[in-house]
Design a protein around this ligand. Structure first.
Ligand code: F6P
Length: 365
């Protein structure tokens, strides 16, 4: 019997989301009488009146695997368990609309939901599964901080963008005898920072997993300058913090936005370096959302396509409450509960850290 599938994309966007959507639709077209619809801006499309849903057929998804973003929109605010509603005094409260969501999904005769999203989205998937929803998760994050999968799509595109940026900063740093500090994304885990620092040849890399000691950073800087000549490139993850200190960011005023809006650690570091008496001039580059935009590189399109095909096959097998996962060389399914239990941190014994130290990179410790 044909299946009717609802697809949602949740959380921050990520290169490869469209390639997943296209693969789901193309795989569904191999079966008889299957239908795929997309909810606009995650579950919001189902919960608003009138509903905002679109039919995702082969025509709608033709050629979208090369496009960044998501054709069905996304949001990292609110969600069915914490739907923001404005009070009379202008303040915001959160209400639980999860039961209503499931009812609306049932009214649409949906057989299964495929939720493409990061840690927050997959925690929602697990809760909906526990309430009886036939749900399958597809992991998505440029930060690569989801456990239970080797990689998430979008991550390697972000690494490519960050590495090309390091390459550019090296030439200008060298020409001006400067310290160039580049801030990249990575809330809990420093995967983008470490990969791009090694690939681009940065001298210093600071990640959330290793609180940094500014004196160690200064040792490296001083070793690189002689008679005012020299240069240093520092890659710092947005979630990095000094030893005994906290992350740099602001509380968002946007309704339903629960995360601290990270950003600014590179400027803090610049000041700390200056306070240590460093005479070399320094400049800051915050890569920000450039890392999330644009076309996915080939390897991410490939992984996203594998994930999409697998997700639809899990619908056919009724393998619900699971998340698609890359376990080289296979694409497998793992319980959502497992997948959302832990973050994928860079472990102390990671070969990447050994490699970084092996080429003399300062990791701030
Ligand atoms: O989790 C992905 C991520 O890109 C983080 O690295 C970053 O802190 C966050 O999303 C920013 O999200 P936005 O600016 O879209 O709210």
């Amino acid at each position: 019997m044909g299946k009717k599938v609802l697809v949602v994309t949740g959380g921050g966007d990520c290169p490869g989301l469209n390639a997943v959507i296209r693969a789901i639709v193309k795989r569904s077209a191999q079966e008889k009488d299957c239908e795929v619809i997309g909810s606009i801006e995650s579950y919001n499309g189902i919960l608003v009146d009138p509903m905002e849903v679109v039919v995702l057929n082969e025509y709608a998804v033709a050629g979208i695997h090369v496009r960044g973003g998501t054709i069905i929109g996304t949001t990292n605010k609110g969600g069915p368990f914490a739907w923001p509603v404005q009070n009379e005094d202008g303040s915001w409260s959160a209400v639980d609309r999860s039961q209503e969501l499931l009812q609306r999904i049932q009214n649409l005769s949906i057989d299964a939901v495929i939720s493409i999203g990061g840690d927050g989205s997959q925690k929602i998937s697990q809760k909906l599964f526990e309430m009886g929803c036939n749900i399958i998760g597809v992991p998505k994050t440029i930060d690569n901080d989801l456990s239970a999968t080797d990689f998430t799509f979008g991550f390697r595109t972000a690494v490519q963008i960050a590495t090309e940026s390091v390459d550019k900063l090296v030439t200008t740093a060298e020409s001006h005898n400067r310290i160039m500090i580049m801030e990249v994304m990575g809330r809990q885990a420093g995967w983008i920072a470490l990969h791009s620092a090694i690939a681009g040849g940065a001298e210093v890399c600071l990640i959330p997993e290793i609180p940094y000691d500014i004196d160690k950073v200064m040792e490296k800087i001083n070793s690189r300058f002689s008679n005012g000549k020299g240069f240093v490139v520092i890659v710092v993850a947005e979630g990095a913090k000094p030893k005994g200190g906290t992350v740099t960011g602001t509380i968002s005023r946007e309704a339903g936005y629960e995360n601290i809006r990270l950003g600014g650690v590179a400027y803090k570091l610049k000041q700390e370096i200056k306070d240590k008496g460093c005479e070399a001039s320094s400049r800051v580059t915050v890569l920000g959302h450039l890392q999330r935009g644009g076309i996915p590189i080939a390897i991410d399109r490939l992984l996203a396509t594998q994930f999409g095909v697998k997700a639809f096959e899990m619908v056919l097998e009724e393998d619900f409450g699971k998340m698609v996962s890359a376990r080289h060389p296979n694409i497998v399914s793992v319980p959502l509960e497992e997948a959302t239990k832990h973050y994928n941190f860079i472990g102390k014994d990671s070969n990447l850290l050994k490699t970084a130290r092996g080429i003399g990179m300062c990791l701030g410790d």
